[in-house]
Write a protein that binds this ligand. Structure first.
Ligand code: ADP
Ligand code: MG
Length: 357
């Protein structure tokens, strides 16, 4: 079942389109991420869904009901902003109870619900602590508990983790995702961090300049991006300008030809074409007895070895490639050494070049 439906939602500020004809269906119980660079319209679209912003045109419907002109406080959605907007002078329990108080929920029902939520966010002993004395991660949990206190049908999160340091942020991603799955609450989360979106989302909506560039499951988008913009934004990628030299043959910037899987040539990839190959698909070998057509000779230019993973930048004739592996798999890599990089035909994707703006 589809709960939230957006049809041709558009928002203009003066003459600029912040959101431009967005059509979207958000399935029940899923976590959907709006992902894109700063200024692409993520927050505006979320605020339109929340009712904090009125679209210039288009409709927002939830469970079959047109909500386009229903005010935010009558939509029954929970929201967490980047700033969290907790009340610093109130205790944890008072913050969580706040939306229940607004709804004039009976006091004992409020207390029971707050106790239940404190257990859920694993802060049962912190009810009476002022939020000003909590750590960043604890505040985060309280903000989420407050947003779900009145059992909203939809949870809206706008970059809720952006103020946290990297380690805590990664831990909270898992925590929020597990909580969302346990509650089965339909959730939309805005982020500009592709790794965060890949970690948390059932579905990612990639946005570019107010429009939807691609919608899909994280790995589908990673493996089959529809455009250079999406390929570049999701994950690390080698993106090279190439020429189409035959049905299964392309020319690299240095002039060498390689074979690609003809079936992978998407219909869109005519005219200006790019080769996309992900770093983990590039394999490195120190010596090759009989280099096949897809083996390129190069030189190691840089090694980023962080212990758990290793990336090597390889200078080839006319272009640079990044290959990713683990330190265990390639123990003898040295900067300056000659190397062979193999690009398997099935991993070579062709995509249409980004159009000039
Ligand atoms: P994101 O959340 O993806 O960073 P926003 O939705 O905040 O993007 O902004 C999208 C575009 O709309 C930006 O160009 C921004 O400057 C513009 N914008 C957002 N809100 C307003 C506003 N209230 N008035 C004028 N322009 C706005
Ligand atoms: Mg924003």
């Amino acid at each position: 079942m589809t709960h939230l439906t957006l049809q041709a939602v558009t928002k203009r500020f003066h003459t600029a389109y912040a959101v431009d004809h967005v059509d979207l269906a958000v399935p029940d119980g899923k976590l959907v991420c709006f992902l894109g660079p700063s200024g692409c319209g993520k927050t505006t679209l979320l605020r339109i869904i929340a009712g904090l912003e009125t679209p210039s045109s288009g409709t927002v419907a939830f469970a079959g009901r047109d909500l386009t002109h229903v005010p935010a406080n009558q939509r029954d959605f929970g929201m967490v902003f980047q700033s969290l907007a907790l009340f610093p002078h109130m205790t944890v329990a008072q913050n969580i109870a706040y939306p229940l108080r607004l709804r004039r929920v009976a006091r004992d029902t409020q207390a029971a619900r707050v106790a239940e939520l404190l257990d859920l966010i694993q802060l049962p002993h912190m009810a009476d602590r002022p939020v000003s004395r909590l750590s960043g991660g604890q505040r985060q949990r309280v903000a989420i508990a407050r947003a779900i206190a009145s059992s909203p049908k939809l949870l809206l999160l706008d970059e809720p983790l952006s103020a946290l340091d990297a380690k805590l942020r990664e831990a909270m991603q898992v925590e929020i995702r597990l909580l969302q799955q346990r509650l089965g609450i339909t959730t939309i989360m805005v982020t500009h961090d592709q790794r965060e979106a890949m970690t948390m989302a059932d579905e990612i909506v990639v946005m570019e300049k107010g429009r939807i560039a691609q919608v899909g499951k994280p790995l589908d988008i990673y493996r089959n991006p529809v455009s250079e913009f999406v390929a570049d934004f999701i994950g690390l990628g080698n993106i090279l300008p190439v020429t189409l030299d035959g049905p299964d043959r392309i020319g690299l910037p240095g002039g060498q030809q390689i074979i690609v899987d003809a079936a992978l040539r998407t219909s869109g990839a005519a005219g200006d074409v790019r080769l996309l190959i992900r770093p983990e698909d590039v394999s490195m070998r120190a010596a090759v007895a009989d280099p096949g057509p897809n083996v390129l000779a190069g030189k190691v230019a840089f090694i980023r070895d962080v212990g758990s993973s290793l990336e090597a930048t390889i200078d080839c004739a006319g272009f640079t490639l990044t290959a990713a592996t683990t330190p265990r798999e390639t123990p003898d890599l040295q900067v300056g050494m000659p190397i062979f990089a193999e690009l398997p035909p099935h991993a070579c994707k062709l995509i249409a070049a980004r159009t000039a703006h």
